[in-house]
Each structure stands twice: as structure tokens, then as C-alpha cells.
Write a protein that binds this ligand. Structure first.
Ligand SMILES: [Zn+2]
Length: 258
């Protein structure tokens, strides 16, 4: 995968990525950046046309992503709140790490402690006279990084047992599973390769909801589409999937679907 060039539309830069995909795909990332991926054989002019014909969609998706990101950042401060495995935790920032050390989040008691480097909260300008970045935003970014890393850790600890429990029960096997931050879905399953991708955002939700998404994606190895057969399989292997779906749909910020 490499970026060939970019297309500007309404003042927004759309990166063009040549990829082994079947068709042209447009994607708005969590941070509002836009990427279009296309097979090598599709000429740039055709990609441009595709992007331009979706300019309204881009504008809407971008403002949604940016609003979401802002709402998320708002809570990411000392005294703010975040969710982990369905539990809402107050955030406490402690500047106790050596300079330049990456931030690290840990659950301690009923709070989420975010350890940051001692120099991270400084508002000084550096000797070159470069003004310090907005300290609030800098802290939000550090907390965001630490929380994301903690969520990955939590999922990496939880998921193996979930796969081990349901795979033999369902008679399927995921060739691989990986975590990714996604904006529009909780998970996906490549039926051809057997690879399952799960959204790191799931770690904000109760274990039952995470489990439901895992079973959902495993079900796709038996039935690719969301048809009657698929729902019958869900009823059989994870009867509480409707409650889990309701919980996930009610997520305060993103509303991805599996
Ligand atoms: Zn599905």
C-alpha cells in the first residue's frame, strides 16, 4: 500500500491509495482525514470523478467524525470520564513519569489513572521560542493515546478465551483476529481468509457486548449475510445478542454496526 497522490475537494485533501481491492472505496477516518483506495487499473481521472460525486457524503461524514472526536476529547482531561468494559471511570492525570516517557493508563480502584511524563504538562516555551501547544489539547491527546492502549490491552486479555470458548462450540476457526480503531463498524469478518477484525472501541462496552460481536463475526464463517439463517445461528449460540445490540446501539458517541 502506498499513497500515490491526493485529490483536493472543498478544501479537504483526499489521499489516494493504490491497493489490492476490487473497487474504489472512500473512507473517512476518526480524525476527519479522508482516504480513497482503488485498484491499480483504475485511472486517476475516474477516481477523481468518484470522489467528486461523493462530496456531500464526505462533508457529512467528516463533520460527524470531527464532532465525535471533539466530544471524546472533551472527556479526556483530568477530572473527565471515560468508559472501560461498561464501567464509567473518572480520569485522574498524574505527572510522575520521566521526561518524554509515553503515557500509560491503569485502573486503580474506581478511577482511571493516567500517568504522563513530568514535562508533558509544562506550558513553557522551548529555548527556540516555539510556543507550547495548547496544553489542554496536548493532555487530551496523551490521555487518548493511553486510553486507546489500555483498551487494546484489555481486549487482548479478554479475546483469546472468547474465541477458545466459541470456536469449538460453533465448529469454526478464525485464521486470525486483530484489533483496529474503526469508525463505522464493531467488527468485520473476511469470509474468504477467515480473518476477523474487531474495533478497539468495543473495550468501552460490557463483556457481554464484546462477546456478542465475537460470536457475530464467527457466525459469518457459517453464514456470510445477515439473513434468517444468520439470526437463527445467533439465537442458538448467543441468545442474548439482541440485548447486546441494544447496548452497543445506545453508545453515546460512535454507533458502528457489526
Ligand atoms: Zn455482520
Amino acid at each position: 500500500m502506498r499513497t500515490a497522490k491526493s485529490i483536493a475537494v472543498d478544501g479537504v485533501e483526499v489521499s489516494v491509495v493504490r491497493k489490492r481491492v476490487r473497487r474504489v472505496n472512500l473512507r473517512v477516518r476518526q480524525d476527519g482525514s479522508v482516504v480513497v483506495s482503488a485498484p491499480a487499473r483504475v485511472p486517476l481521472a475516474q477516481i477523481e470523478e468518484f470522489v467528486l460525486s461523493h462530496r456531500q457524503w464526505i462533508a457529512k461524514a467528516r463533520s460527524r467524525a470531527l464532532a465525535r472526536e471533539e466530544a471524546r476529547r472533551e472527556g479526556l482531561r483530568d477530572g473527565g470520564r471515560t468508559r472501560l468494559l461498561g464501567q464509567e471511570l473518572p480520569i485522574r492525570v498524574v505527572a510522575d513519569l520521566p521526561r518524554r516517557r509515553s503515557p500509560r493508563a491503569e485502573v486503580e480502584g474506581d478511577a482511571l489513572l493516567v500517568h504522563v511524563a513530568q514535562d508533558a504538562v509544562s506550558t513553557d516555551t522551548d529555548p527556540a521560542g516555539t510556543p507550547a501547544p495548547d496544553p489542554q489539547q496536548a493532555i487530551a491527546q496523551l490521555i487518548g493515546t493511553a486510553v486507546e492502549e489500555l483498551r487494546r490491552r484489555e481486549l487482548e486479555a479478554l479475546l483469546p478465551a472468547m474465541f477458545e470458548r466459541y470456536e469449538p462450540l460453533m465448529g469454526v476457526h478464525a485464521s486470525e483476529w486483530r484489533l483496529r480503531r474503526m469508525t463505522s463498524r464493531w467488527g468485520s469478518c473476511n469470509v474468504r481468509t477467515g480473518r476477523i477484525t474487531l474495533n478497539t472501541e468495543l473495550a468501552a462496552h460490557p463483556v457481554a457486548s464484546i462477546q456478542s460481536v465475537v460470536v457475530h463475526e464467527l457466525c459469518h464463517l457459517l453464514e456470510p449475510s445477515h439473513n434468517v439463517r444468520f439470526h437463527a445461528l445467533m439465537d442458538r449460540y448467543y441468545p442474548a445478542w439482541r440485548e447486546a445490540k441494544r447496548e452497543l446501539d445506545a453508545a453515546p458517541q460512535a454507533r458502528p454496526r457489526p
